[in-house]
Design a protein around this ligand. Structure first.
Ligand code: HEC
Ligand SMILES: [Cu+2]
Length: 341
């Protein structure tokens, strides 16, 4: 009877372990998987993860085997009454278990340190594409100093080329992370950190803030759009020559509303506004984007909902509710924003 009950307990434990194992495999989004990298920086980081994994696995195996062996070999046997002989101090053993960890740590440290430094190299002047990454609560700003413009939420890069990043923040500590390509690099106010990334093939790669930074930390998403050199050059040209002029009455009204309500925080280049706000994301070319605020679907319905109540989507977002415009004004405003190229 007792044995039966024990068996049942065992099954229950096994079930819990199986459930935990399933959970820990992270059966989630492949775009957030850093174990399947799509670029050289990510691959180097993966090899470091594997190196430390196998070293730790080896240590764990050896220690477990010794542990189990000792438990079985030296267990108390029936009829054995006296305490076994106590042994203290064994120079050979002590040297052995001091030297082995030192060797293991050295094997781990040398590639880790050298890789970390090679990944965080500053851009060699003028040779590579440079992007300044600025973290804000709760959005990302990408400045292209060589091309003379800035964007937000969507980071365009050409494939097969090293793109060098200078990462910083304006408020609290964030971390810049593109799981499929590499990362994470802390974005620290008043400090610049460096990193490079490279994408093998065109595509969209998910980006995340990887440092708890406030209420909407989990929503501080961005997208890396890797393009062929040709498409990237086209995008750069479009950014340098934005089409932000209104072409009909409704758009004209929308543009006016932007000038009156939004330009204190947002910039729209090419519209002839006298001021360019830097407190919020750049809206130049907004109509060509694929997300709103980094994660919402890019359509007029979501845009209106966002404008009426940004905090409903991103708690703590530093944009005021635009609740005072009537339906017609709202329509003109969103149409104008969607017309920006
Ligand atoms: C007080 C400053 C401020 C004002 C005024 C303001 N915004 Fe914003 N806006 C922000 C900030 C900050 C964000 C970023 C919010 C976030 O994602 O955390 C933002 C985000 C946005 C976004 C999403 C941007 C993106 O990159 O996806 C849109 C669109 C937008 N604002 C439109 C407007 C419009 C239109 C107006 C005027 C009717 C306006 N905003 C007025 C500060 C402002
Ligand atoms: Cu953040």
């Amino acid at each position: 009877m007792k044995v039966l009950r024990r068996r049942q307990h065992l099954w229950r434990y096994l079930f819990v372990f199986a459930a935990l194992a399933l959970l820990l495999t992270g059966c989630g989004d492949p775009r957030l998987n850093s174990l399947d990298p799509s670029g050289p920086a990510g691959r180097v980081q993966l090899s470091l993860i594997q190196l430390s994994f196998w070293i730790m696995f080896g240590v764990l195996t050896v220690v477990t085997i010794i542990y189990v062996y000792v438990l079985v070999r030296f267990r108390e046997r029936p009829g054995q009454n006296e305490i076994p002989k106590q042994v203290e101090g064994n120079t050979k053993l002590e040297i052995l278990w001091t030297v082995i960890p030192i060797v293991l740590l050295a094997v781990l440290a040398v590639p880790t340190v050298s890789t970390t430094f090679s990944l965080s190299k500053k851009s060699p002047q003028g040779q590579a594409i440079e992007v300044k990454v600025v973290g804000h609560q709760y959005w990302w700003e990408f400045i292209y100093p060589q091309y003379g413009f800035r964007t937000s939420q969507e980071l365009h890069i050409p494939v097969g080329k090293k793109v060098h990043f200078e990462v910083t923040s304006t408020d609290v500590i964030h971390a810049f992370w593109v799981p499929n390509l590499g990362g994470k690099v802390d974005a620290i106010p008043g400090k610049k950190n460096y990193m490079w990334l490279q994408a093998d093939k065109p595509g969209r790669y998910a980006g995340k803030c990887a440092e708890l930074c406030g209420a909407s930390h989990a929503l501080m998403d961005f997208t890396v759009i890797a393009q062929t050199q040709q498409d990237f050059d086209k995008w750069v040209k479009a950014q340098q020559h934005p089409q932000s002029m209104a072409t009909n009455k409704t758009l004209e009204q929308g543009k006016k509303l932007v000038a009156q309500n939004c330009i204190g925080c947002h910039a729209v280049r090419g519209a002839g506004f006298r001021y360019e706000g830097k407190k919020g994301p750049e809206l130049t070319g907004f109509g060509q984007r694929t997300t709103i605020a980094g994660f919402l679907p890019h359509d007029e319905k979501h845009l209106q909902a966002w404008l009426k109540n940004p905090q409903a989507f991103k708690p703590g977002a530093r944009m005021p509710k635009i609740g005072y415009l009537d339906d017609q004004e709202m329509k003109a405003l969103t149409q104008y924003l969607m017309s920006l190229k």
